[in-house]
Design a protein around this ligand. Structure first.
Ligand code: SF4
Ligand code: SF4
Length: 285
């Protein structure tokens, strides 16, 4: 993203809109400027603000004259009055920033909008995480913080050392040069994104080891990490993950339960059901 200095009137409206704090008014030129290293190409400033097409020279003159009389001439706070915010054509590797930061852009490698797969939300249908297995989503960054792939790689390397399985249909996995070692392409290591999600699968008994590893390596990264763990209940609706997490010192709240909306032909019917119950009821939505 770029701000056209010929158009910008330094009203400052775009500054609070940027989730990365990447826009500032440069006093040396009297214009808003974007710190390209911090900008994650989320397009919030360009898409989120209304645009007017006022003449920049006229607006600057009016603002100068108004100041003389101790008045302010400011546009409404959600408006760039001179349409000065200009998207730039993004090329590799910078285009990776937008793929992970603008939810309206499908990730080219997966065709999935946003930053990851549907994770556990569709596990009822995909059966990706099976009984006695645990699915992890390890999320890096947040608005205001962001994450560089250099830091993400520190964690993926540590996880690869444990022998975890990276989800193939995940954008971060698709950018790995060697998933067996958790190595991410060198040419994107310095790219910064609003957030990115790594998805892995392990055996259920490995959950404590994985959590400890993430905790240890999190001290070496310059971002924030959030971890979600999921499993598949047995046919009685029970799972041992919850107790395991409690033992590790993580009080848990079952945040999401998916049930019965998808094709379930791969799950044997519950013994208490009659032979026809529990069979496939058609495609899930
Ligand atoms: S909103 Fe537009 S005119 Fe105002 S500071 Fe930002 S780019 Fe410049
Ligand atoms: S594209 Fe996003 S990160 Fe870049 S300046 Fe605009 S709002 Fe900030």
């Amino acid at each position: 993203m770029r701000i056209d200095p010929d158009k910008c009137v330094a009203c400052g409206n775009c500054l609070p809109v940027c989730p990365m704090g990447a826009i500032h008014i440069d006093p040396s030129i009297g214009r808003a400027t974007i710190n390209a290293d911090e900008c994650v190409e989320c397009f919030t400033c360009f898409r989120g603000m209304s645009k007017e097409h006022l003449n920049p020279t006229l607006v600057r003159s009016i603002r100068r004259v108004a100041r003389l009389f101790r008045f302010r001439f400011d546009p409404e706070p959600d408006i760039c009055p001179t349409d000065a915010i200009v998207p730039e054509e993004l090329s590799w590797p910078r285009i990776v920033r937008r793929a992970f930061s603008d939810p309206q852009v499908p990730h080219e490698s997966t065709g999935i909008h946003g930053r990851g797969t549907a994770e556990v939300k569709t596990n009822d249908v995909t059966n990706r995480v099976k009984e006695r297995e645990a699915g992890f989503v390890v999320e890096f960054g947040r608005p205001g913080v962001g994450a560089r792939f250099r830091d993400i790689e520190k964690v993926t390397r540590a996880l690869a050392d444990l022998g975890v399985e990276f989800e193939k249909n995940n954008p971060v996995t698709s950018l790995m040069r060697d998933p067996s070692q958790g190595l991410i392409r060198e040419d994107i290591l310095n790219e910064k994104v609003l957030s990115a999600i790594v998805e892995i699968k392990t055996r259920l008994e490995e959950v404590p080891m994985v959590l400890q590893k993430i905790k240890d390596v999190s001290r070496e990264v310059d971002t924030v990490i959030s971890v979600g763990v999921s499993t598949r209940c047995d046919t009685d609706g029970n799972d041992s993950l919850r107790d395991m997490l409690e033992r590790e010192g993580y009080p848990t709240y079952r945040g999401k339960t998916n049930l019965g909306l998808g094709r379930i032909t791969r799950i044997p019917p519950h013994p208490s059901l009659s032979p026809n119950e529990g069979e496939d009821k058609g495609e899930g939505t």
